[in-house]
Design a binder for this molecule. Structure first.
Ligand code: SF4
Ligand code: SF4
Length: 181
């Protein structure tokens, strides 16, 4: 049950499981999660700060940050937490909320993940050239990484045309089930 002393933002309350929220309330900011996180150097908000922001209902800022998307689900934080908080599970739920929440701005990180999943849904694998083109078009990041892209093209690392995998129908069934649930 969610503590009566804490009113979580409605969107967060709907989307993050009550059990998870109860776990987050146990966080006492020892920072063991953040100090062990292998990708914390690239996070805008560190895992222990994310726990605090959930406690303080600062969900909007947290969902707009790249933290949950940068998380690699390695479980290190959950293993290190002295309060048995499943921080990696919280990150999963934040990703889900950020991906579906109407009140969440489309950040570049979120756009990247959405386009990535669109490619998987369409072809069963990522067509890098197509995805990069769409990402640049929608993000306005036209000039970044161009030398690297040209180098990869010249070395044959980027396919011009997409290729579908076998078993694409089964994969799409999984996507459809996920959408329905
Ligand atoms: S699960 Fe995510 S937040 Fe936790 S240590 Fe791994 S990368 Fe960092
Ligand atoms: S390790 Fe656990 S108790 Fe410590 S800051 Fe992280 S979530 Fe909070």
């Amino acid at each position: 049950m969610i503590s009566n002393t804490m009113a979580i933002r409605p969107s967060l309350k709907r989307s993050v499981a009550a059990g998870t929220l109860a776990e987050v309330l146990r966080c006492y900011q020892c920072k063991k999660c953040s100090s062990g996180c292998p990708v914390s150097f690239s996070m805008e908000i560190l895992p222990h700060q994310a726990m605090r922001m959930i406690q303080l209902e600062a969900a909007g800022e947290l969902l707009a940050a790249n933290t949950a998307w940068v998380c690699s689900s390695c479980q290190t934080c959950s293993t290190r937490c002295p309060n048995d908080i499943d921080i990696a599970g919280v990150m999963d739920e934040l990703r889900q909320l950020a991906a579906t929440g109407r009140d969440t701005a489309e950040t570049r990180t979120r756009l990247f993940h959405r386009l990535f999943l669109d490619e998987i849904r369409r072809y069963g694998r990522v067509h890098e050239l197509g995805m990069i083109g769409k990402y640049k078009l929608l993000s306005g990041q036209w000039l970044s990484d161009i030398p690297m892209g040209i180098g990869m093209l010249l070395k044959g690392k980027l396919r011009i045309l997409p290729r579908r995998i076998r078993g694409l129908r089964q994969l799409r069934t999984l996507f459809a089930k996920r959408t329905d649930s």
